[in-house]
Each structure stands twice: as C-alpha cells, then as structure tokens.
Design a protein around this ligand. Structure first.
Ligand SMILES: [Zn+2]
Length: 274
C-alpha cells in the first residue's frame, strides 16, 4: 500500500497565528518541529497498519517546512516550489490513498484557525461546479481525478467538519479547538501524536477493508468561480484566457477536467500581484 501524506501548516498542533507559520519569524522553527511531529505520527500509524510506501508532500508556502533530518525514514519527502501538482504533488504516482495533515478550514469560516483558501490575501471564495470549497476540497478533487480517495484529515474542529461534510466519513483528528480565527484550545504534541497515529491506523485498516469513502470526483467540464478580496485583484485575474468577469470581485472559467482546473486556478491567482 502506497500512501501520500499531503501536509499543510495552519492546522498543525499548536498553531494559532500567522507568525508561527512564517519563515521570517522567530517562532517558526518551533512550529516546523511540531509539523514534522504531526507528519511523523501519520507515517507511524499508516506503517503500523500496512502502508509500505509513504510519500510526504510539504504544501505550505515554499514547501520547505518539514525537517528532513527529523522525518521518519520510512517516508520520502517532496519539498520545494513550484511543482505542478503543488500541495498534492505525488498523487499521480500510483498511491492508494491520501492523508491530509495540518489542514485548515476554507476562507470565511467561523471558529477556524487561519481559515483561508490558497491565498488569504487574494481569494475570498472558491467554487468548483457550484460547490464552495477550501484547500481540502480542491486537493481532494485532484486526488479524485486520479481516482485516489482521501482517507483522513488532521486540523481544528472546523477543518475536520468541513472535510467530512464534503468527502464523507473519513477519519479525522482534531488537534485543537478553534475559539476564533487566532485562538484555540490546544492539545500538546504528546497527546496529538497519539491521536494522529490512531486515526492513521484506523484509516489504513478501513482502506484495506474497502470501507473508505469514494474518491471525490468533480464532473467534467469543470466550472471554476473565484471571488477575490477586491475588485483590482479581479481586474488582474480577468486577464486569464477565456475567463469571464462576473462582477466586481468574481472571475469564472470552464476547463476540460479537474487537473486543468487545478492548474488554471493556480495560474489565475498567480496573476494577482496585490
Ligand atoms: Zn493552506
């Protein structure tokens, strides 16, 4: 069994504010270690229950957060930027399931640590075929394009609830209870590592038993709608070929399939320089 662990940082144990996930800030080294710990716990649990090949993708910022020297040696680490499949690079390499570690709720959520969708400065809302989603949904849809199911997600209670609502009965690990956007009741890593290991063991067992929610497949062609935070951002994104400006802040386009949608979304957001 080959598993991809796609890791982000905002939903990691103990993270409650932007400084902690910002490479320029003094707090960041502590949280890199905590991120590596959450990822190691998922590797540990997955390997206990039959995973024999693990890919880890570092999906936060420049993809250079996880400490390779502290990573469980049973995994390979995909790191750095840009890779075409970005946060979910490796999902096309014959994996049997995906585990999301350190994920966060979509932009505009209540009681959700550092809620955003891809870019907190740029994206206010994202829809795929009229389904409002966050990064959990976007990346799950790319996994679905390759017919790969999402098995599990770790993060705060809101991220876990949103992912379960969209993807079905996946395993979830609530590592902190968000009280607002930047406050949470946090469990210490000694506790969350145990919880994450247990969830990963269960997720693997369910995968082997055929008891995993189906891959999240978005029907083709895929209609992508993006609300930007401001109209000047939409002015820039509307330069994207074949896009339609729908109102002051909204740009939409239709592409052949989910893989094209993922690449086009990244390109449209990258056009926004402010
Ligand atoms: Zn993120």
């Amino acid at each position: 069994m080959k598993i991809l662990i796609a890791a982000d940082m905002e939903g990691i144990t103990g993270v409650t504010n932007w400084d902690q996930v910002d490479p320029g800030h003094a707090d960041y080294p502590r949280f890199r270690r905590l991120m590596t710990g959450d990822v190691n716990a998922a590797i540990h649990g997955a390997c206990d229950s039959g995973a024999n090949e693990i890919l880890v993708t570092d999906g936060h910022a420049l993809g250079t957060n996880i400490l390779l020297e502290e990573l469980d040696p049973r995994a390979h680490l995909i790191c750095g930027d840009f890779s075409p499949l970005a946060m979910i690079q490796g999902v096309d390499q014959g994996v049997d399931g995906v585990i999301f570690v350190g994920y966060h709720a979509r932009a505009g959520s209540q009681n959700a640590i550092l809620d955003h969708t891809w870019s907190s400065r740029r994206v206010a809302n994202l829809w795929l075929n009229d389904i409002l989603i966050g990064e959990y949904g976007l990346n799950a849809a790319v996994a679905g394009h390759f017919n790969v199911p999402v098995l599990m997600l770790t993060g705060d209670q809101t991220a876990c609830a949103q992912a379960s609502e969209l993807l079905g009965n996946i395993e979830t690990t609530v590592v902190k209870t968000a009280l607002s956007r930047m406050a949470a009741e946090c469990l210490p890593p000694q506790v969350t590592e145990e919880l994450i290991q247990n969830s990963a063991r269960k997720a693997m067992k369910r995968l082997k038993a055929g008891d995993t929610p189906k891959p999240f497949i978005v029907a083709s062609p895929v209609h992508v709608t993006i609300d930007f935070n401001s109209s000047d951002q939409a002015d820039q994104a509307a330069l994207f070929p074949d896009s339609k400006r729908q109102d002051g802040r909204r740009v939409a386009f239709t592409v052949d399939d989910m893989l094209a949608a993922y690449l086009a979304f990244q390109a449209a957001v990258a056009l926004v320089t402010i």
